[in-house]
Design a protein around this ligand. Sequence first.
Ligand SMILES: Nc1ncnc2c1ncn2[C@@H]1O[C@H](COP(=O)(O)OP(=O)(O)OP(=O)(O)O)[C@@H](O)[C@H]1O
Ligand SMILES: [Mg+2]
Length: 403
Amino acid sequence: MGRRVVRSVDAPGIDTLLASKEMVIVCGSGGTGKTTVAASLGVLAATQLGARVLVLTVDPARRLASALGMNAFGNSEVQIAPEVLRLASPPVRGVTQGELWVAMLDTKAGWDELIRRHAPDAVLRDKVLANPLYQNITGRFVHSHDYIAMEQLHELHASGRYDLVVIDTPPSRHALDLLDAPGRMREFFGSRLLRWLTVPYRSRLFALASKPFYQVADRVLGSRFLQDIAEFFILFQSMESGFVARAAEVERLLVDPRTSFVVVTTLEAAPAHEARFLADELRKRKMHLGAIIMNRTLPTSIRQPGAAKAARSLMAAADDPDVVAAIAASLAATTSADPSDISRVLAEVGERFHDIVVVASREAERRAELVALDALAVDVPSLGRDVSDLHGLVELGGYLQQG
Ligand SMILES: Nc1ncnc2c1ncn2[C@@H]1O[C@H](COP(=O)(O)OP(=O)(O)OP(=O)(O)O)[C@@H](O)[C@H]1O
Ligand SMILES: [Mg+2]
């Protein structure tokens, strides 16, 4: 499906990225603002570029989820009412408002979908889905979440229903988990391990059935336990080729020229370090790094030399009885502040501000390192409140667009 209207843009920025890509994967360290930025990019693409966009989110904060109309669980797609969207962000001249759809990543539903697709017949399919170990085991696959997220991205993109699919990613323990997930799944499904697990089980099960051991296991574990395990792996093996082919497709999606990664970070040491690492890895793997979003940054005004000087003056003034007396005298008309209180407050305000200046200068260093990565780097200040409604997302989108 072609993008309906694309606003002309002078310099490449977020708009250009959203207009030129069909899949945007928002990743980064835990708690940096991935879910918020993903939703905000979706709002931006729908309202400013006229795109039909789907945001696939992971575990959004409850208030944001309900603001987006996602009260029900499951990965069904919900459209934000066009008039609600229009009110939150009036249309740009010359652009027909697009559509904003949201869905929540549901790992279990994602696995069920895979099984339905790859099961050779309905009987096998129902057997796997009904197997009591199925859910338990698939949930335990390392990076099951990451894989299903990519898998869903593939599915939604291939459906052709959207101009753009923005995908939020689960908090990973390590940045590479996400990038490696499809490859690991492919390796597992195509490996000898799966065969090794199934064949002996099959024969072992029949051989054991008549043995006293089996009868004991039967009494201790319940008669279906061993059978369930064996059945699970045997059934899974029957889907091997489908799974391998699919995981390889999902893997290719990550290097597809229509896919771009947006790395979200704060300017704290650990997430910023992770963001640089992730950016390097993306490059090494020939994956497209679309933008680095430096989120929740301090306003640049704090770093003005005058502000830091004022903070030092306040701290010095706190120790100067003449200044304190002069302030007390000037306040006397409105309040009877005790000079010792005035001194304390001056010292406290000065010190706090000074601390913030120190944080801001560290942020500036990390910012410089991220900017040096030669990707689109975007500053988004802290809004001073949680971003839990469409207005907050639109406000954030404004900063994303400014670059
Ligand atoms: N620029 C901002 N200003 C103020 N609050 C923000 C900003 N960006 C994000 N937040 C808030 O920070 C919190 C964490 O954001 P979010 O849930 O998007 O992070 P996340 O990276 O998705 O976390 P997780 O890794 O746990 O999924 C939320 O409460 C959100 O409203
Ligand atoms: Mg999140």
